[in-house]
Design a protein around this ligand. Structure first.
Ligand code: TIU
Length: 236
């Protein structure tokens, strides 16, 4: 079970204008979760491109992510970074994942940025613009969801976290899966719409709509400027 924030925190309630209605959180009970902003998805030569995608679409969100991350750090909020990363022996990459689709290079094969989607390889690193700081949690995840086979849930519970603000890539794959996992585990999740992107713009639009549809069936959505305003950070 996740804690009841109303009784365990004395910090002020911060309220964000969001869909389908306001998203309220307390800073000491909230984490910014940055999904898979790795070279493997954002730069040419990585996993994203081997799947046949135009990776240039994704780099457009980097400035908005940087602004949000800087403001969140300044406010003193917790930050969690994830990387989609497999062990070098691929023992955590089942055939059902490795053999899907028709990539030009499969997970574990050697590409221009090292072995595709393997921990420790150059392509598997988080892009320098969003590099983790010492003390920030970095989760290596073998699946699409950030909770599957990782210590994330235990860490969030241990630190009394209730509210998760999501950004990263790709919207309908690892971000949405992680938000659904979060929702099932009792966390309140907000998707920052200008800080996430897909190789398929129509999939991003559909995901944003389906997250907040049906009264917020998965969670909330808002542009990052709404969070910056709620944090009283000067906005562009
Ligand atoms: N292919 C695709 O859109 N995404 C992934 O494979 N992983 C993540 O979303 N991180």
């Amino acid at each position: 079970m996740t804690p009841d924030t109303a009784t365990t925190s004395n910090t002020p309630l911060i309220t964000v204008a969001a869909e389908p209605f306001e998203f309220s959180f307390r800073l000491d009970r909230a984490a910014l979760v940055i999904i898979d902003m790795q070279r493997d998805f954002i730069e040419p030569g990585g996993f994203g491109e081997t799947l046949g995608n135009n990776v240039a679409l994704l780099s457009a969100i980097v400035p908005a992510c940087q602004r949000m991350l800087a403001a969140w750090r300044q406010a003193g909020g917790a930050v969690v970074h994830t990387r989609e990363a497999h062990r070098a022996d691929l023992s955590d990459c089942p055939p059902a994942k490795r053999n899907r689709g028709k990539p030009s290079l499969r997970i574990g094969d050697v590409g221009p940025m090292g072995r595709i989607l393997v921990a420790g390889e150059p392509g598997n690193q988080i892009i320098p613009e969003l590099a983790p700081l010492p003390g920030e949690l970095v989760i290596d995840k073998p699946g699409k969801g950030a909770f599957y086979a990782t210590p994330l849930q235990a860490w969030l519970s241990e630190h009394g976290m209730q509210h998760l603000l999501f950004m990263g890539v790709t919207t309908e794959v690892c971000v949405q899966t992680s938000m659904r996992e979060a929702n099932d585990r009792g966390f309140d999740a907000l998707l920052l719409t200008d800080c996430t992107e897909s190789y398929f713009p129509e999939f991003k639009a559909a995901t944003v709509a389906m997250v907040h549809a049906q009264g917020g069936i998965v969670g909330w959505t808002a542009p990052s400027v709404a969070v910056l305003q709620a944090l009283r950070v000067p906005t562009p």
